[in-house]
Design a protein around this ligand. Structure first.
Ligand code: FES
Ligand code: FES
Length: 152
C-alpha cells in the first residue's frame, strides 16, 4: 500500500499496523512519539487530511488516499513553521510531548491565525505534558499565531 506522507508517496508493507509504528519503524520518521498507546497523551499526534489524529489508534490503512503530515513535514526547507519558531522561543522540559503539541497548534493555525484564548487552551490541553509545561505551551501557541499573522 502507498501512503502520502509529508508530500511524498511512500510504500508501506504493514498497512494494518498502527500508523505510529509504520511512521517510526517503516518510514524512519521518529519525530512522532509513542507514549500511552491508548489515545490519551497525544504524543503520537499527526495530521491526516489536516485533521488532528492519534497515530497510536489509527491503522496506517485509514490514511490511504489522504495526506499525512508529521512533525518532520512542518518546515519548508530551511524555513521553520511558525509553531516550530514559537516553541523554540518557549522551550519545554523533556520534549516528549512536543511533536503532538506542534501538530495540534499547526492544525489550529490552519483554521485561524487569530485564535481565541479558549481555542489556545484547547490546542494546549488536547495533549498531555507530563512535565507540566502548559504555561509555556499556551505562550507558544499564541506566539505561533502572532508569527503566522506576521507572515512567517
Ligand atoms: S501514544 Fe497515542 S495518544 Fe498517547
Ligand atoms: S515537556 Fe516533558 S512531557 Fe511535555
Amino acid at each position: 500500500m502507498q501512503l502520502t506522507v509529508n508530500g511524498q508517496r511512500r510504500e508501506v508493507t504493514h498497512p494494518d499496523e498502527m500508523l505510529v509504528w509504520v511512521l517510526r519503524d517503516e518510514l524512519g520518521l521518529t519525530g512522532t512519539h509513542y507514549g500511552c498507546g491508548i489515545g490519551a497523551c497525544g504524543s503520537c499526534t499527526v495530521l491526516i487530511g489536516g485533521q488532528v489524529t492519534r497515530a497510536c489508534l489509527t491503522p496506517a490503512s485509514a490514511a490511504a488516499g489522504r495526506e499525512v503530515t508529521t512533525v518532520e513535514g512542518l518546515a519548508r526547507g530551511e524555513r521553520l513553521h511558525p509553531v516550530q519558531q514559537a516553541f523554540l522561543e518557549n522551550p519545554l522540559q523533556c520534549g516528549w510531548c512536543l511533536p503532538g503539541h506542534l501538530m495540534s497548534a499547526a492544525a489550529l493555525l490552519e483554521r485561524t491565525t487569530d485564535p481565541t484564548p479558549a481555542q489556545i487552551e484547547e490546542a494546549a490541553g488536547i495533549n498531555l505534558c507530563r512535565c507540566g509545561g502548559y504555561n509555556s505551551i499556551r505562550r507558544a501557541v499564541a506566539r505561533a499565531a502572532e508569527l503566522k499573522r506576521g507572515g512567517l
